[in-house]
Design a protein around this ligand. Structure first.
Ligand code: F6P
Length: 341
């Protein structure tokens, strides 16, 4: 077989480790050939490719980013997009695709499968919000980066008796906020799944100051006050209809300073959470997902996504994976809330 590989959506530590595993096993065990499509779905749409041999991918296990490039291109929002993809895949002599992505990229993969082309998906996103898998690769790295940053912010906050608000990624799901906040003993964690009561946040912050602790408030970018709205960077939408979030940290720090009288600062961790080398956990998870993805493609088990269940890698349908986002349950949030204030 000749198999195309692409990486779509926001980049994520571990993408290169998946590519390495797919190509290494696919070449050595099955004798398949590979072609890399560049910049997510823009590659198949515009016929942008690069060679992808075992030698090309041999040393990629710890390298961040993606050697294939990425974009948020949605071929279904382009006139004649499906026909152009069909034509370009045929031109490249490709029999199947392995697509590494989150809800948007894999949503396209599902539609392509429905439209008769063979695609296997691999779950990628630092947000960890894809259904049907316990974890996505990249999440552990993002949480580790956020946790190290929060540890560092705590000492400077303590020196200055300040409230420190840390804004982390997480558009619709607060997994990064929840895990990085729990790991660092954050005094308040705010997630998109539960609107927060500003008065209650002030009371937690004041309780910390009263006992001589500089409070750390971890806020997911999609968190919002009850009766308020998401903080947006601007009004633009990407090809999948998503707005760019950002600003909740600054807004909250100002409100907290005004309402509690305690000096406050905010830090936006932003794309630092997606950059650099994956953790050892993510390298292993990515490698295992890649090994199983090439098995699925070899067996022509299309319309599937490889997923982590417990410690096993299993196959689920792309429909199940992209049907609904995996969000933080009230029970999981309540566990973290035990330590607020
Ligand atoms: O990939 C997911 C994500 O990191 C979200 O957490 C975040 O809202 C978004 O991507 C940022 O996208 P961009 O890189 O396009 O600014």
């Amino acid at each position: 077989m000749r198999i195309g590989v692409l990486t779509g959506g926001g980049d994520c530590p571990g993408l290169n480790a998946v590519i390495r595993a797919v190509v290494t096993k696919g070449t050595a065990e099955y004798g398949h050939e590979f072609v890399g499509f560049l910049d997510g779905w823009r590659g198949p749409l515009k016929g942008l490719t690069r060679p992808l041999t075992a030698a090309d991918v041999a040393d990629l296990v710890e390298v961040g980013g993606t050697v294939l490039g990425s974009s948020r291109t949605n071929p279904y929002s382009v006139d004649g997009g499906l026909d152009r993809i069909r034509h370009n895949l045929e031109d490249a002599g490709v029999d199947a695709l392995i697509a590494l992505g989150g809800e948007d990229t894999l949503g396209v993969a599902k539609r392509l499968t429905d439209d008769g082309f063979g695609v296997v998906g691999v779950p990628k996103t630092i947000d960890n919000d894809l259904s049907a898998t316990d974890y996505t690769f990249g999440f552990d790295t993002a949480v580790s980066i956020a946790a190290e940053s929060i540890d560092r912010l705590r000492t400077t906050a303590q020196s200055h008796h300040r409230t420190m608000v840390v804004e982390v990624m997480g558009r619709h799901a607060g997994w990064i906020a929840l895990h990085s906040g729990m790991a660092t003993g954050a005094n308040v964690i705010l997630i998109p799944e539960q609107d927060f009561d500003l008065g209650q946040v002030c009371r937690w912050v004041e309780a910390c100051h009263a006992r001589g602790v500089a409070p750390i408030v971890v806020a997911a970018e999609g968190a919002q006050p009850a009766g308020g709205a998401e903080s947006l960077k601007d009004q633009e939408r990407d090809a999948f209809g998503h707005v760019r979030l950002g600003g909740i940290g600054d807004w909250l720090a100002e409100e907290l300073e005004e309402r509690t009288g305690m000096e406050s600062r905010s830090v936006v961790l932003g794309h630092l959470q997606r950059g650099g080398t994956p953790t050892a956990y993510d390298r292993v998870l990515s490698t295992r997902l890649g090994l199983h993805a090439i098995d699925a493609a070899h067996e022509r088990d299309f319309g599937t996504m490889v997923a982590l269940r417990g410690t096993d890698i299993v196959r689920v349908s792309l429909a199940e994976a992209t049907g609904a986002l995996k969000t933080v349950s009230p029970e999981r949030y309540a566990e973290a809330a035990t330590f607020f204030g």
